[in-house]
Design a protein around this ligand. Structure first.
Ligand code: ATP
Ligand code: MG
Length: 422
């Protein structure tokens, strides 16, 4: 579980702001959900034999002996809330952002506490909704400067009946080659054989080249929807590749599944993943409601922004003005004057030096702070009811305003206003 430090948070904030504005513009409303849910909710939605439920959940008994779990993902809680709060009378476009928890082996792009932005569209069965979500993602990558770094992969996994039939065929094929499978895949052959399809093992992948393909088992409706999705994406100019082995690791998906992947982050290449889940609402006790959604991993997106240079110079918060004061009287004057400046110029970032020290040492700090102006109070300034304004940098919008001058106390705001006019 990572600390995110001030030199990184500006990138997070930019990501959040861009996403928030974009989702607003598509008519999505933000929902804020608890970090903890009943363990049962995740077992019933994600599925008992998935990686998450089998070995990744942080579960504990509360003081009443009820089993609770730190949310490993957001869809289950979002659907739970939609049912409980009576949101399902009309279609809902919802989004949320926040930490998720999975007990995984930590590595670059994989944490035990990580952050997702999730988007869920509840109540619309037509595949146009799937397309809307994908277009929205594509626009997001453009806004973030990541469009050239991610590839869209899509697939259809059909109805649960289609998957059952396919599963039987796949198990039959792979059972004949059981000895050639790695240990993980052998275990999955009994519990969750479809997961073998996204095995990273090259031998397993080679074996799968001759395996039955899911596309041959799709019912007509799923096939039509998938054709239509490809037509919609093509018409909108969104490039994609069909990945027939894309199945997703959670039980609740059907029909459309998609991922945006990058080659820039090593093994943790999926930055955004989602799909349709038409049966989940009913399965969790709500009225039958079609749905589709996705989640993106914020750590991976920030890494990708940094890796590709798309992060730009979203610099950490910097001071515009650094206030220096030597002596008790001077410090008192400075504090009051700086407060008055904060009143009239609320956009200015002013750091007040604290902890004493000589003019020289305080001005050194002023320089390090990145501020372009230092305000200086000493005995002389207190006596004269003035303040020394020292311009610390030339160029960069300062024109010839380098050097320093004494300004009467009551002209400080006007001086700063002029200095930071641009
Ligand atoms: P992976 O195959 O990488 O484990 P997943 O299929 O388990 O991903 P999802 O449950 O679909 O992931 O979550 C959606 C997105 O959340 C992922 O594509 C990824 O960007 C991010 N994500 C998932 N797990 C982690 C993690 N442990 N650390 C960081 N990001 C994660
Ligand atoms: Mg995972």
């Amino acid at each position: 579980m990572n600390d995110i430090l001030p030199d990184e948070t500006p990138h997070w904030r930019r990501l959040e702001q861009v996403v928030c504005r974009l989702l607003n513009s598509y008519g999505y409303g933000e929902i804020r959900l608890p970090l903890v849910e009943h363990t049962e909710l995740f077992k019933r939605s994600i599925g008992e034999v998935t990686d998450i439920v089998e070995k990744e959940m942080y579960s504990f008994d509360d003081r009443n002996g009820e089993s609770l779990t730190l949310r490993p993902e957001g869809t289950a809680g979002c659907v739970r809330a939609a049912i409980q709060q009576g949101l399902l009378t009309v279609p809902q476009r919802l989004w949320y952002a926040g930490p998720m928890f999975r007990y995984e082996r930590p590595q670059k792009g994989r944490q035990r506490q990580f952050h997702q932005i999730g988007v869920e569209a509840l109540g619309v069965a037509s595949v146009e909704m799937d397309a809307e979500l994908i277009l929205l993602c594509a626009r997001l990558w453009r806004r973030l400067g990541l469009a050239g770094s991610v590839e869209l992969q899509i697939n259809s996994i059909g109805s649960s009946a289609a998957r059952r039939a396919y599963r039987a065929a796949l198990v039959e094929y792979l059972s004949a080659h059981r000895a050639a499978l790695d240990e993980d895949s052998q275990r999955r052959l009994d519990s969750n054989p479809l997961r073998i399809l996204d095995s990273k093992n090259p031998d397993t992948q080679a074996l799968l080249d001759a395996a039955p393909v899911l596309a041959d088992y799709l019912d007509a409706e799923a096939r039509d929807d998938f054709d239509r999705l490809r037509e919609l994406l093509t018409a909108a100019g969104v490039a994609f590749v069909v990945n027939p082995r894309l199945v997703r690791g959670l039980d609740y998906y059907n029909k459309t599944v998609f991922e945006f992947v990058t080659e820039r982050l090593g093994a943790q290449g999926t930055v955004c993943a989602g799909g349709r889940y038409d049966n989940l609402v009913e399965q969790l006790g709500g009225k039958s409601t079609p749905a589709v959604g996705f989640a993106m991993g914020m750590e991976r997106l920030v890494l990708l922004m940094l890796e590709t240079g798309a992060a730009g110079d979203a610099a950490p918060a910097q001071a515009d003005v650094y206030a220096v004061a030597v002596g008790e009287d001077a410090h008192r004057e400075a504090l009051a004057a700086v407060e008055a400046v904060r009143d009239s110029l609320p956009g200015l970032a002013i750091v007040q030096h604290t902890g004493g020290g000589s003019f020289k040492s305080q001005l050194k700090r002023a320089d390090k702070s990145g501020a372009s102006v230092a305000l200086i109070w000493g005995e002389d300034e207190v006596r004269a009811q003035s303040v020394t304004v020292k311009f610390l940098r030339d160029g960069a919008g300062q024109g010839d305003k380098t050097g320093q001058r004494s300004v009467p106390r009551d002209q400080l705001e006007a001086t700063l206003r002029a200095a930071f006019a641009d």
